[in-house]
Structures are given as C-alpha cells and as structure tokens.
Design a protein around this ligand. Structure first.
Ligand code: HEM
Length: 142
C-alpha cells in the first residue's frame, strides 16, 4: 500500500532526527558541566540545548509517535510480540527524553547536580535501546 510506505518513510526520517538529538544533547551536557556557572560558554550551551530540544527533538519525537502508531494500526501489528517489545522500549526511550528535558531545565536555572561522568554513562542508555528497537522492527524475531 503506497500510503503505508510514505508514512513509514516519514517515520524513519523523524526517528533519525530524534535520535540525532538524543545522542547529541547528553554530549552538550558533558561539556556544559565543565563550564563555570554564569560564564559566556555556559550561557551559549543553554541556548544550544534549548534550541536542540524545542526545534528538533520535541517535534521529531511527536512525529515518530504519530507515524509509528498510524502504521502500527494500518499494518495490524499491535498484537505481534516484536511490536509489544518495541513499544515497551520506545516508552523507555521517551522517558529518557523527559529526563534530558528535566536536566536541560536544571542547567537553564544553574542547578545541575549530575556529574560529567554521569552524562557520559547516560549516553549508553539510548544507544542500547536504539540497537534493540531496530533489530526488533527489522528482524521481527518473535
Ligand atoms: C514511537 C513509537 C513507535 C511506534 C508505534 C513504531 C512503530 C513502527 C511500525 C509499526 C513500523 C512498521 C514495521 C513494518 O512495516 O515492518 C515501524 C518501522 C520502523 N521503526 Fe518504528 N515505531 C516507533 C518508534 C521508533 C523508534 C524510536 C525507532 C528507532 C530508534 C524506530 C525505528 C523504526 C525503523 C528503522 C523502521 C523501519 C523498519 C522497516 O522498514 O523494516 N521506531 N515502526
């Protein structure tokens, strides 16, 4: 069905944009923790973080959800094992997004408490999730 493929293409475009931000924002946080509070560098990071989240990540996450749920219903995938597993992992990915948004607000108000090492470790979370999600949806192992 042509419509299905067009919506799936839009889904993959949105996923790529969302993942680009989800990998980059914790990197910005790593550099931001090293910048003294109130310094010009810190203020620049605040603007970069806010723009990345508002202009790229939030819209990309919303489009990923809308297109993903649409093709899930069109394809009748809802009851398949791989879909339910993918769905659970995407909820964890969305929770990670919310955690990043909360940390962005903390930086904006100069009250970040997470260490540089903490943000480096946090980066592993979306990496593992993304690998598992793509294998589930492409290989459909169950
Ligand atoms: C937000 C909730 C999401 C839902 C409901 C959803 C659902 C779906 C569905 C139903 C398909 C079509 C599968 C097929 O036609 O075989 C699909 C394709 C795909 N999804 Fe998602 N998805 C979501 C989020 C994500 C995320 C976060 C990623 C990656 C990190 C992702 C990666 C992909 C990829 C790469 C495809 C293309 C697979 C193919 O054409 O073989 N999706 N998604």
């Amino acid at each position: 069905m042509a419509a299905y493929d067009w919506i799936k293409a839009l889904h993959v475009i949105a996923v790529i944009s969302w993942m680009a931000g989800i990998f980059y924002l914790p990197r910005l946080f790593v550099y931001h923790t090293a910048a003294p509070k109130g310094s010009p560098q810190s203020e620049t990071f605040k603007v970069m973080e806010q723009k990345l989240l508002r202009i790229i990540m939030n819209p990309a996450m919303i489009v990923t959800w809308i297109t993903g749920l649409t093709i899930a219903m069109m394809g009748g995938w809802e009851r398949q094992g791989w879909f339910m597993a993918k769905f659970a992992l995407v909820i964890v990915m969305s929770a990670f997004h919310m955690w990043l948004a909360a940390k962005r607000r903390a930086f904006a108000e100069d009250r970040n408490t997470v260490s540089e090492r903490g943000y480096r470790m946090a980066n592993e979370v979306p990496t593992v999730l993304m690998i598992a999600i793509v294998i589930l949806v492409v290989v459909k192992p169950f």
